[in-house]
Design a protein around this ligand. Structure first.
Ligand SMILES: [Zn+2]
Ligand SMILES: [Zn+2]
Length: 90
């Protein structure tokens, strides 16, 4: 099983809950209702996985209810990629 430092365990869950309790504004798209926490400096670049100053709220797999972006997963890939079409009709 591959190790995923900082993404598992009680410490991560606790810090994640704390960050989301302080703010739910996604740092990538600027909308509210963020449901996960993203690392400002990626762990692969030496970012601290459990430092609150390296963590920001972001939209995870459920995507942003306003713009539909899955900010956390879309970041590293291609920031200018068009948002996937929402299945909502409004
Ligand atoms: Zn977002
Ligand atoms: Zn958004």
């Amino acid at each position: 099983m591959p190790r995923s430092p900082g993404r598992t365990g009680t410490a991560w869950r606790r810090i994640r809950t704390r960050v989301l309790a302080e703010s739910r504004t996604c740092w990538i798209c600027g909308h509210g209702a963020a449901d996960t926490v993203d690392h400002v400096i990626p762990l692969s670049k030496g970012g601290d996985p459990l430092d609150p100053s390296n963590l920001r709220p972001a939209h995870g797999v459920n995507g942003c209810p306003v713009c539909g972006r899955k900010c956390n997963s879309s970041k590293g890939a291609n920031l200018t990629a068009p948002a996937p079409r929402a299945s909502r009709a409004w």
